[in-house]
Design a protein around this ligand. Structure first.
Ligand code: NAG
Ligand code: NAG
Ligand code: NAG
Ligand code: NAG
Ligand code: NAG
Ligand code: NAG
Ligand code: NAG
Ligand code: NAG
Ligand code: FE2
Length: 500
């Protein structure tokens, strides 16, 4: 079933390294699916992705409307990897599905004891209330990531009996339609920082890629209970861009590491590009970088704040940008992202999807240190005019590891109407999902547009779309499920269309 002829020699030795690193995985299990994940692929599609140690010639998924009758099959020729990876990323798109319908599925060679399930998108225009989860800046949990201990100089360990964010979302899975993770996924590039801080055993720089890939694999396995049953929509963050956290300093030995230590395959969003398939073919976007999709009464837009801002600006992760990630750009066309955004926003049918929600990894309205690597003023310059022109309702971001709910704002001016039918977009930054060395500090005094802020508890965002006029955002504290902050946006508009 799988083709070892296509596996480069070098990949075979990396696979061996992976087996040595992860003693639990037996070499004969090399076509058993791991890291199973879903993503919406247009109104009638679902992308099923999974990893295997060996390349698959034709990755195949069986599916159906009943667990006992997986009578349909879909396959592809997409089983891809990159130089330092220990696995292959398999992607199969299921098409011509019924909307808003429960399906059962299994990737081929699965050892799962029963099929996984997914539910397709709600039809655009369906005004039935629903809830979804948003996390930004969520890393590996456990002994190699965020745990109850930290390394020297790191902060914010979990409390002894705390539920972490992955576990907290898992507890709430039944109530949410999907999970949106707009960047900073896994924090595998923290391997070097974790070693320098004495948290992980030291390797040589040359062997660092093994630790990096191990952290990535652990994270994707860890979130599989979530992503195998709920679509997991992702966006690019700076920690997807290279292997060394945008540069890391070992103060003890006076060594500054740069992207130069990263092996081929560990720069320029390579892992991220291989691992995911977001619905840009269906929305005219670009790869996993920018795209949009409809779900019920909401039009969702994922933007790329890391590269490709256009307008002659150097985006934060691009060569010469403040993050020193040396990545991108991904489009050769002038102003490709904002041209796409304009077209996408102009084509939204607000009768069908009255709500327009945008996420980009980086904030520009946030009470954080005013550094170009933290606050993305260039992002504001290129995106905000379009948000204002097209009445975007809500803008979500992370990157700063705090939770901050702001007022609706336009060009730094607080909307006088607050949440009561504002004409400016509402801004919420929630980068508090947690990862090794977890939270940042708010910078006081808080910005004048701030309404609520906290920098001590890990948590995730829960959005509930009640109807076409009311949208509630909750900050859920991961450790105990308490809602620490809740706010409801009201938009005065006439609701048309169906309600179930
Ligand atoms: C299925 O295979 C994976 C990957 O080898 C392994 O981690 C997991 O424990 C197996 N599960 C079962 C139920 O055997
Ligand atoms: C954690 O849970 C254990 C077992 O339930 C309990 O004995 C312990 O007191 C708890 N610790 C804290 C700090 O709550
Ligand atoms: C790894 O090296 C760093 C400095 O580069 C040092 O601080 C740390 O203690 C070392 N850790 C171990 C486990 O040897
Ligand atoms: C640290 O290294 C830099 C450049 O490599 C050097 O200029 C500096 O003097 C060194 N500092 C110490 C304290 O050794
Ligand atoms: C990153 O990849 C893109 C797409 O392949 C390429 O156009 C770009 O030049 C690369 N950037 C760097 C800095 O290597
Ligand atoms: C951040 O600093 C820059 C340069 O000092 C300044 O132009 C800009 O207005 C500041 N932004 C905020 C939000 O304070
Ligand atoms: C919309 O939902 C809100 C919150 O549940 C509710 O208060 C309001 O009455 C609803 N509006 C309509 C028209 O049903
Ligand atoms: C839940 O955890 C949060 C964050 O630490 C804390 O503020 C809150 O008091 C806790 N709630 C309960 C009911 O324990
Ligand atoms: Fe970030």
């Amino acid at each position: 079933m799988f083709n070892t002829m296509n596996v480069p020699r070098i990949a075979a030795s990396f696979a061996l390294a992976a087996v040595l690193l992860a003693p639990g995985s037996a070499a004969c299990d090399d076509i058993i699916p791991m890291q199973v994940r879903l993503a919406y692929a247009g109104p009638k599609g679902m992308i099923v992705s999974w990893n295997t140690y060996s390349q698959l010639e034709r990755p195949m998924v069986q599916y159906g409307r009943s667990p006992d009758a997986l009578i349909h099959e879909a396959s592809s020729d997409v089983s891809v990897t990159y130089p330092t990876s220990t696995t292959y990323n398999n992607h199969v798109t299921l098409e011509h599905l019924e909307e808003d319908t429960l399906y059962y599925y299994l990737p081929e060679h699965s050892n799962a004891t029963e099929p996984y399930t997914f539910r397709t998108s709600r039809r655009a225009g369906d005004k039935t209330p629903f809830t979804m989860a948003v996390v930004v800046d969520m890393g590996l949990m456990g002994p190699d990531g965020l745990s109850t201990r930290v390394g020297t100089g790191a902060a914010n360990p979990l409390g002894p009996n705390d539920t972490n964010t992955i576990q907290s979302i898992e507890k709430h899975l039944d109530g949410i339609d999907f999970i949106w993770h707009p960047g900073d996924i896994a924090y595998a590039d923290y391997w070097l920082k974790e070693e320098i801080q004495g948290y992980l055993p030291n390797t040589t720089i040359a062997d660092g890629y093994k630790v990096y890939e191990s952290l990535l694999n652990q994270f994707y396995d860890e979130i599989t209970p979530l992503t195998s049953v709920k679509p997991y929509m992702v966006g690019p963050g700076n920690h997807e861009a290279n292997c060394d956290n945008g540069g890391t300093t070992d103060k003890t030995h006076n060594i500054s590491y740069t992207v130069d230590i990263c092996m081929p395959g560990q720069t320029n969003f390579t892992g991220y590009i291989n691992h995911f398939r977001m619905p840009s073919p269906q929305s005219g976007g670009l790869g996993n970088f920018w795209y949009s999709f409809d779900h019920g009464m909401v039009h969702y837009i994922q933007l790329d704040t890391e590269t490709d801002l256009g307008h002659g600006l150097i985006a934060p992760d691009e060569p010469g940008g403040p993050e020193a990630e040396d990545a991108g750009p991904f489009s050769t066309l002038k102003d490709a992202q904002t041209n796409w955004l304009q077209k996408d926003l102009a084509s939204v049918d607000r009768k069908k999807t009255p709500w327009v929600v945008v996420a980009g990894h980086r904030p520009w309205y946030v009470s954080a240190s005013n550094r170009s690597s933290t606050i993305c003023e260039e992002c504001r310059e290129v995106f905000e005019p379009l948000f204002l022109q097209y009445d975007v309702d809500l803008v979500l971001s992370g990157h700063v590891h705090v939770y901050e709910r702001n007022s609706p704002v336009a060009k730094f001016n607080v909307d006088p109407k607050g949440l009561d039918n504002p004409s400016s977009p509402w801004y919420i930054t929630n980068g508090a999902a947690g990862h090794y060395d977890g939270l940042d500090s708010l910078v006081y005094p808080l910005q004048q547009y701030n309404q609520y802020a906290q920098d001590t508890a890990y948590g995730w965002s829960r959005l509930t779309f009640h109807n076409c006029t009311h949208l509630t955002h909750d900050f859920v504290a991961s450790r105990n499920g308490s809602v620490l902050d809740t706010a409801t946006l009201y938009k005065n508009r006439k609701c048309v269309g169906e309600n179930h």
